[in-house]
Design a protein around this ligand. Structure first.
Ligand code: XMP
Length: 523
């Protein structure tokens, strides 16, 4: 159970692709919310969470189908405001005595629509329809539709395809909308959430300052006077976790930084000097590059590389952690999206595209208990907390870097020579991106060195050197991505710089594959 003392909003997830966006919108309003799949929302959970308001998410099922997802009846008796979205609206109508019709009657609606007000007033639509146009743009995505609203409900807004686009039972403070206010394509959607949480009485006290204080108190209560080990990767999550822990328990914390020899230029030096020298956090710098590069010698299969790195990482981490006497806890930078149990309608296990590198299984093997101080946060909240803790902006805004490091940016066999060339090319590329002010627009950018040499001509001589690929993508969460549309001038200038400044590369290409069908990394 969470120990958060703020007023809570419960989001009941019926399996929409965008449920997490509802949580994002609410967190932006400084409201603490939790997402729970509908199957897990029992009367006991309702009592435990004691929400100040509830939101029903959208979902892919049809309420007209027997056995379709429902909330427990008790939710309607809590006496708190409820907002139903799309499938959530249909559930609410059906449960409370209205009617929903299935999609066969050409009632499906996908995409942009305009809602016009009926003239009935309600706090929930305050500030909407005020731009002079008399209508608001919304995003619809539904197959079924409500054909009769439940007793007690009135219509506040309609659209050509959805006569019950916005409905409300003003006495019970139940609201239900057919569209998705959480998505970007409903430009004024945030206001609907703002009005909803305001009428529910939320104070908007979920701030990073408050979170920091509470997290520190929780860590102290959990850890007592015991020692904690934290694996530091140099990434934002583990760094923020380490800073927070250090503030909470000082020298009871020891960080272990495993240097696998697959880091970027100057990375090890920067991480060690920042944490050990600047912040005085006890840090073991485990330089194990010989071991990793030795075992990777001659290996070219991507999954084999990942497995070797994952196994060695755990061995090495364990070896160094064993040297820390009396350690009882292992700190991890787990984030909220990793914790949310998503509703799965497909049932089957998903295909493994890549074996991700993590330290799963380690705590049990070592007999350690877990401390996860970021479990309630989204990525951008972790960044905000990092700022609150005084981590430099340049560090907080860093692009993600994968656990297996440069190994997966070096398709084919890994050699020290290739790694050295890759480091230099990557440094030039990132320097270019920063110089052109593009770094923060890009989710992730890096160079991959290709397992191919090509012929070139420099001066009057023939060259036979490596080709490399530049990668830059925009993304929200790394699950899907688009390539970044650099200008030709930028690409030309960068290629020239890399070829001039990095010995060993004579050809530069730009990867314009999105994800899917590609992945962000090359392996
Ligand atoms: P892909 O290549 O799967 O990557 O599109 C999506 C995001 O995940 C990062 N990535 C990893 N991160 N351990 C990590 O911590 C890994 O094993 C790993 N593999 C990929 C990748 O850099 C991108 O941000």
């Amino acid at each position: 159970m969470s120990q958060i003392s703020h007023d809570r909003l419960l989001i009941i997830d019926f399996g929409s692709q965008v449920t997490q966006l509802i949580a994002r919108r609410l967190r932006e309003l400084n409201v603490y919310c939790e997402i729970h799949p509908y199957q897990k929302v029992t009367d006991a959970l309702l009592k435990e969470i004691a929400p100040r308001a509830v939101i029903f998410s959208g979902g892919p099922d049809s309420v007209t189908r027997a056995g379709s997802p429902r909330p427990p009846q008790a939710v309607y008796d809590l006496g708190v405001p409820i907002l139903g979205i799309c499938y959530g609206q249909q559930v609410m109508m059906q449960d409370l005595g209205g009617k929903v019709e299935a999609g066969e009657h050409a009632t499906a609606e996908f995409g942009r629509a305009w809602v016009t007000p009926t003239g009935l007033e309600s706090e929930v639509i305050e500030g909407w329809f005020t731009d002079g146009a008399g209508r608001a743009q919304v995003w619809m995505s539904h197959g079924d539709h409500v054909s009769e609203i439940a007793p007690g409900f009135e219509v506040l807004g309609t659209s050509p395809g959805a006569p019950f686009a916005i409905t409300a039972d003003r006495a019970r403070r139940f609201y239900a909308v057919q569209f998705h206010p959480e998505v970007h394509h409903t430009p004024d959607g945030k206001r609907l959430y703002e009005n909803f949480v305001k009428l529910a009485g939320f104070k908007g006290d979920w701030t990073m300052g408050a979170y920091r204080e509470e997290a520190i108190a929780k860590i102290r209560a959990q850890v007592g006077d015991k020692r904690v080990i934290c694996g530091l990767s140099g990434g934002v999550d583990s760094s923020v976790a380490a800073m927070l822990l250090h503030e909470a328990i000082g020298d009871q914390l020891t960080c272990v930084f495993v240097d696998h020899g697959l880091l970027r230029q100057n990375e090890a030096v920067e991480v060690v000097s920042m944490f050990r020298d600047h912040y005085n956090i006890p840090l073991i710098h485990a330089d194990e590059s010989e071991l990793f590069l030795g075992e990777l010698d001659g290996v070219s299969d991507p999954e084999t590389k990942r497995k070797i790195i994952g196994r060695l990482f755990i061995d090495v981490f364990q070896k160094h952690a064993n040297e820390i006497e009396g350690a009882e806890f292992l700190a991890q930078g787990t984030l909220y999206p990793d914790v949310i149990e998503s509703v799965s309608f497909s049932g089957g296990p998903s295909v493994t595209i890549k074996s991700h590198h993590n330290v799963g299984g380690l705590p049990e093997k070592m007999g350690l208990k877990l401390v996860e101080p970021l479990r309630e946060l989204f990525k951008d909240e972790v960044r905000a907390l990092g700022r609150e803790l005084g981590l430099p902006e340049r560090f907080i805004g860093r692009h993600p870097f994968p656990g297996p490091g440069l190994a997966i940016r070096c398709p084919g066999e890994i050699t020290r020579e290739k790694l050295e060339i890759l480091r230099k090319a990557d440094a030039v590329y990132i320097d270019q991106i920063r110089k052109h002010g593009l770094y923060d627009e890009i989710w992730q950018a890096f160079v991959a060195i290709l397992p191919v040499r090509t012929v070139g001509v420099m001066g009057d001589g023939r060259t036979y050197d490596f080709a490399c690929a530049l990668r830059a993508v925009t993304s929200v969460d790394g699950m899907t991505a688009d390539y970044y549309p650099f200008s030709h001038d930028f690409l030309g200038e960068t290629a020239t710089r890399i070829i001039n400044e990095v010995k060993g590369i004579n050809r530069v290409t730009y990867d314009i594959t999105s994800k899917p069908p590609g992945t962000i990394e090359w392996e």
